[in-house]
Design a protein around this ligand. Structure first.
Ligand code: SAH
Length: 490
């Protein structure tokens, strides 16, 4: 983060604007909205500012800038077309730690002004840290269209009830839940549909009733986070991520996705790695139950889909035993994500009419699977957790009748900027993978559909700006990714 975002109170405080042209006028409009007391220093004023001066809305010193102009100011804006003056204003202010903005010259600024969606008292500020003001404006117009104008009035309505709510519900946690229920429930619906008086009455009644203390409000959201790329989350996943008080996540959840969880939510790493369990499954179940019983909204965030090699079934079972309310949100499973991003359709009229998901997890050095079934022709087999068992997988498939020439691929960190696709066949793939520095998680796809990869590949990740895994490692050290993330056809 290059800039620390804040909202500053300037009401009735003294602000200085150096410059009297249209650019200065634009800034002054904004400062006046926040009710700052404005002095303009400039030998001339544009007509718009002259009108403001005449009405007494701004003070005007009709001359050039002097160093003592900044005395007693809470904020200074320099908007002259003279470089020298702008620089001088910036230096004086920075020496005395007075916040200063020089219009369109980020290097001279100690603060920058964001693009804004103004639904006062609700305000949304967007900044790209000066990287692309156009992008910020684009985002602003999107947000403008998403947030009904009535949100500002909604904030005012809520404000009117805050003191009373505080008195009826002194407990902060209870009060927060009360407001969340109000703002996610029927009151909100009434308000947004234009029935503002009805919404007010409903809020009145809700406050009289209060929130039942026995209803702890605890709940578990079992959410599939998809294969890695945050854009592949579902809307529901995102909504619940924003709602949760605490998140229990595993090592398949990428930091980019964790970033989207409510900022002040407590984050608990329950990562599982082969032979490296941070929390046992039983402990995780107990933790979810305990947190929910404390009244928390617990987000259990899992890579891919919770019901595909995710032990979601066991967790749901335990929650039901304890009568804990839960929501279950499917996610894009690794097979779907990796296959799409590798350009390998999992079924295809000419190649595969069936699809099998299997676990390649080693148990006591072997993999316990129905190999006869997996070695059938005209199907695709996807192995999860198969990296260390790859030689055994290829050997067993061949031993059970699959031709050694059957195409096979390994997809590393599918859908992320670290994605690599290694392609070979049942004979060559283990050697190819061994020769490369492969980083988990990886997925193995076996079947004739893999031959389509050459033609259908479309996703070309850039070499990542940082080395290391894009997945949470739970403290484990990851080897850097080689820059040549290009496809490897074997
Ligand atoms: N519930 C998850 C799977 C958990 S098992 C899902 O539906 O995707 C963990 C295995 O998933 C890993 O060992 C790996 O085989 C696979 N996996 C998950 N994300 C992956 C990714 N982005 N790229 C490749 N494989 C992935």
């Amino acid at each position: 983060m290059d800039f620390f975002p804040i909202f500053m109170r300037i009401k009735d405080r003294s602000c200085l604007v150096v410059g009297g042209g249209v650019v200065a006028a634009r800034k002054i409009t904004l400062l006046r909205k926040a009710e700052g007391r404005i002095t303009v220093v400039s030998p001339e004023l544009c007509p718009e500012l002259a009108v403001l001066k005449a009405s007494g809305a701004i003070e005007h010193a009709e001359r050039g800038f002097r160093e003592d102009d900044i005395d007693g100011r809470v904020l200074v804006v320099a908007a002259t077309d003279d470089q020298q003056t702008n620089r001088q204003v910036s230096e004086c202010c920075q020496q005395r730690c007075i916040p200063v903005n020089v219009v369109d010259q980020p290097a001279l600024c100690s603060f920058i002004t964001p693009s804004m969606v103004d639904r006062s008292p609700l305000q949304i500020a967007i900044s790209t840290g000066g990287a692309s003001p156009v992008l910020a404006r684009l985002l602003r117009s999107r947000i403008e269209s998403l947030i009904p104008a009535s949100y500002g009035r909604l904030a005012t309505l809520v404000e009117g009830f805050r003191a009373r709510a505080k008195k009826c519900m002194p407990d902060t946690e209870l009060r927060r839940r009360f407001w969340e229920r109000v703002l996610e429930g029927p009151v909100m619906e009434l308000f947004l549909s234009g029935r503002e008086q009805a919404a007010k009455d409903a809020l009145d009644t809700a406050l009289d009733a209060g929130l039942d203390e026995r209803d702890t409000g605890g709940e578990v959201f079992l959410v599939g986070a998809g294969p890695g790329d945050p854009d592949l989350l579902t809307f529901r996943a995102l909504r619940l991520m924003q709602l949760a008080d605490v998140v229990v996540y595993d090592n398949l959840v990428s930091p980019a996705i964790l970033e989207l969880v409510r900022r002040d939510a407590e984050k608990i790493y329950a990562g599982k790695k082969r032979n490296h369990h941070t929390l046992e499954q039983g402990d995780i179940n107990d933790l979810l139950i305990r947190l929910a019983k404390e009244g928390k909204r617990v987000l259990r965030l899992k890579g891919g889909d919770p019901f595909i090699f995710g032990r979601g079934g066991e967790e749901v079972d335990r929650l039901m035993q304890h009568g804990i309310p839960f929501q279950l949100v499917p996610g894009i499973t690794a097979a779907a994500g990796c296959a799409s991003f590798a350009g390998i359709p999992l079924t295809h009229r000419d190649h595969a009419q069936a699809l099998v998901f299997a676990t390649g997890h080693l148990q006591d050095g072997t993999i316990n699977l129905n190999w006869d079934m997996l070695a059938q022709p005209r199907q695709t087999v996807v192995f999860y957790m198969g990296l260390s068992g790859l030689p055994i997988i290829c050997r067993e498939l061949v031993a059970h009748g699959m031709p050694t020439s059957t195409p096979a691929a390994l997809v590393q960190q599918g859908t992320t900027q670290n994605q690599r696709v290694l392609v070979g066949d049942l004979q060559t793939l283990p050697g190819i993978v061994e020769a490369e520095q492969v980083q988990p998680p990886t997925l193995i796809i076996v079947g004739n559909v893999v031959s389509l990869h050459q033609r259908l590949q479309w996703f070309r990740p850039n070499a990542p700006p940082t080395t290391g895994s894009l997945f949470a490692s739970g403290g484990a050290v990851e080897t850097p990714v080689p820059a040549d993330v290009a496809d490897h056809a074997g």
